[in-house]
Design a binder for this molecule. Structure first.
Ligand SMILES: Cc1ncc(COP(=O)(O)O)c(C=O)c1O
Length: 381
């Protein structure tokens, strides 16, 4: 069966048994399943970074629970470890840590805190598949981990995701939940297959900006299978048939894409080194070499002044620069109280989300990007 073959291929890279892997339509659905398997329900609290994608707090809110945010640290862009214990209350049930842009950090310390307070831990490895943390694959340390295979993730099946369970006590619940998954419709499968073909043949540095804009516009209007449906950004109501299974097209695409995992990871490290050297030579903020071992560099984050202008200049130069996370719960820009987020409490996340952009790392030739940075060096912090 192709499903077992896909799980085995993932398991080989993550060094885990295939039967501990569960497949879903999207990464956020994998998180939802994990939270459900952990018994998270009405009024429970889940601690998470204030620098993520809105679909993470959404999965918590859909279960009636409350996301409790922790500000991030400037060097890791992950939760500031010293702030985590202050966020714990009698209602806290779990802590989500995140491999932001591919960097995992403080996972052992977070696990220690969780153990002390008898909490579950979940690793958001949506940026970190294929990377290592202190020698072990990302996702090995917490009770459970989830991964995304959406367009711009470490490997892509268009949209898609999976969960890995390390705490075997959760296995029965995860298996039970398998029976509750909605099956993707034929129309959804067909539309996704068309998008995958379209992306493989039509996206390049010349078409990147216009196609990304078109895709975001169409998915916000629910006119296309999108990374985010309009309602997921505008509010906190669970979308119809949210708890959805993976489809055949995603599985076969995943099996094919996983074969490139090693070479792409090497390329990401090589480009990241070139960016760090360039930024260091020019006295700019950069990712220090001591982080490289635990960083899989899905993207390379930099801070800029006047981000809007920087993005316009990148578009003109045909450089595929990313704009995430442009808010502590990307891409939400208003009504933060719906997501229980008081921006005043997260000064670092707010400041970084106003200035951050990210550089591509999966490109064969980084010369164009470095030339672009050189030409706009005064805008880089
Ligand atoms: C940090 C983070 N967590 C979770 C997700 C959700 O992944 P998916 O789009 O597969 O649901 C994303 C998506 O982009 C993300 O950036």
């Amino acid at each position: 069966m192709v499903e077992s073959k896909y799980k085995e291929a993932i398991g080989l890279i993550l060094k885990c048994d295939a039967d501990r892997i569960f497949l879903y339509w999207k990464g956020r659905v994998a998180l939802y399943a994990i939270l459900k398997a952990m018994g998270i329900e009405e009024d429970d609290e889940v601690i998470m970074p204030a620098f993520t994608c809105v679909v993470v707090p959404n999965a918590i809110i859909y279960l009636g629970a409350k996301p409790v945010y922790v500000d991030i640290s400037t060097d890791t862009l992950n939760m500031e470890i010293d702030l985590i214990e202050d966020a714990i209350t009698l209602k806290t049930k779990a802590i989500i840590c995140q491999n932001t842009f591919g960097l995992s950090s403080n996972v052992e310390e977070i696990n220690e805190i969780a153990k002390k307070h008898k909490l579950f831990t979940i690793e958001d490895c949506t940026h970190g598949f294929g990377g290592l943390y202190n020698g072990k694959p990302n996702g090995s340390y917490c009770d459970a981990a989830f991964y995304s295979t959406q367009w711009n993730k470490p490997f892509s099946t268009g949209i898609g995701g999976f969960a890995v369970i390390n705490n075997l006590e959760l296995m029965d619940n995860m298996q039970q939940l398998e029976h509750e998954k909605f099956q993707p419709s034929l129309l959804e499968q067909f539309a996704l297959a068309a998008l995958i073909i379209f992306k493989n043949y039509l996206i390049n540095r010349f078409t990147y900006w216009s196609l990304v804009k078109l895709y975001r516009f169409l998915s916000a209007k629910n006119l296309i299978i999108g990374s985010n449906q309009g309602g997921e950004i505008a509010g906190i109501t669970i979308p119809e048939k949210y708890f959805k299974n993976i489809s055949f097209i995603q599985i076969i695409t995943g099996i094919k894409e996983l074969k490139k995992n090693n070479s792409i990871n090497n390329l990401r490290q090589k480009n990241a080194k070139a960016y760090t050297c360039f930024l260091m030579e020019n006295g700019k903020t950069h990712i220090a070499m001591n982080f490289f071992e635990n960083h899989s560099f899905l993207r390379y984050p930099i801070l800029v002044e006047n981000r809007d202008l920087f993005l316009i200049l990148a578009e003109k130069s045909k450089i595929s620069i990313g704009d995430w996370f442009l808010s502590p719960i990307h891409p939400v820009k208003q009504k933060f109280d719906l997501w229980k987020l008081n921006l005043n409490n997260f000064p670092i996340a707010c400041s970084i989300s106003q200035r951050i952009v990210n550089l591509p790392t999966d490109i064969k030739n980084n010369g164009e990007v470095i030339n672009f940075l050189k030409s706009n060096i005064e805008m880089i912090k």
